[in-house]
Design a protein. Structure first.
Length: 176
C-alpha cells in the first residue's frame, strides 16, 4: 500500500491499522464538544501531520489516519470522510463543507481481482486556501491547486488548476 503498488486490503496488518484508526475516530467523535477542542489528542496522534489550529467537526471518519497531512488552520465540517490508503496532503487555510469525501482507494476493475481485495492507493493533494463545498467527492489521484474552489456536490475526477472554480459531475471549470 505504502509503495503505491497494487495490494490486498484483506490483510491482518492493515486490519489492525484500520482498527486503531476506528478507536481514535470514535474517541474524537464522542468527546463532549467543550472538551474536544480542535481535535481529540488520540486523533491528532494518529494523523501523519496536524498543523496549528486545525478543527475537525464530529462526526469525522478516516481509514488509517497516518496518511493524512494537514497544514495550519485546516477545517473539516461535520460528516467528512477521508479514505487515506495513500497520502492526503492539505495545505494551510483550506476548508471543507459538510459531508465532503476524499477517496484514495481505487479497487481493481476486474471482478475476480476485486473479490480478492486488490486495490491501489492514489494520493490526493490539496493546496493552500482551497474551499471544498459540502457533499463534494474528491476521487483518487487528483491534485487541487492553491486558491481553488470546488462547488457543493461536485465530483472531482481530474486535477484542478490553482485559482480555478469547478462545479458539477464531473466537475468542470466555470467560464469567467
Amino acid at each position: 500500500m505504502q509503495s503505491g503498488q497494487w495490494y490486498c486490503c484483506l490483510d491482518p496488518e492493515l486490519d489492525a491499522l484500520r482498527a486503531q484508526a476506528r478507536r481514535a475516530v470514535h474517541a474524537h467523535n464522542n468527546c463532549p464538544p467543550d472538551a474536544r477542542g480542535a481535535m481529540a489528542p488520540v486523533l491528532r496522534a494518529l494523523l501523519g501531520q496536524a498543523g496549528e489550529d486545525c478543527f475537525l467537526e464530529a462526526p469525522f471518519h478516516c481509514a488509517y489516519g497516518m496518511n493524512i497531512h494537514l497544514g495550519d488552520r485546516v477545517y473539516f465540517n461535520a460528516g467528512c470522510v477521508v479514505l487515506d490508503t495513500a497520502p492526503v496532503r492539505i495545505g494551510d487555510d483550506s476548508m471543507f463543507g459538510p459531508n465532503v469525501q476524499i477517496y484514495c482507494a481505487q479497487h481493481a476493475k476486474d471482478p475476480a481481482e476485486r473479490a480478492q481485495g486488490l486495490e491501489i492507493g492514489l494520493p490526493v493533494t490539496i493546496g493552500k486556501h482551497v474551499w471544498v463545498g459540502g457533499g463534494a467527492l474528491l476521487l483518487p489521484g487528483i491534485t487541487i491547486g492553491d486558491n481553488a474552489t470546488i462547488g457543493a456536490g461536485s465530483v472531482v475526477t481530474r486535477n484542478v488548476p490553482a485559482g480555478e472554480t469547478v462545479v458539477g459531475n464531473p466537475a468542470t471549470g466555470l467560464k469567467p
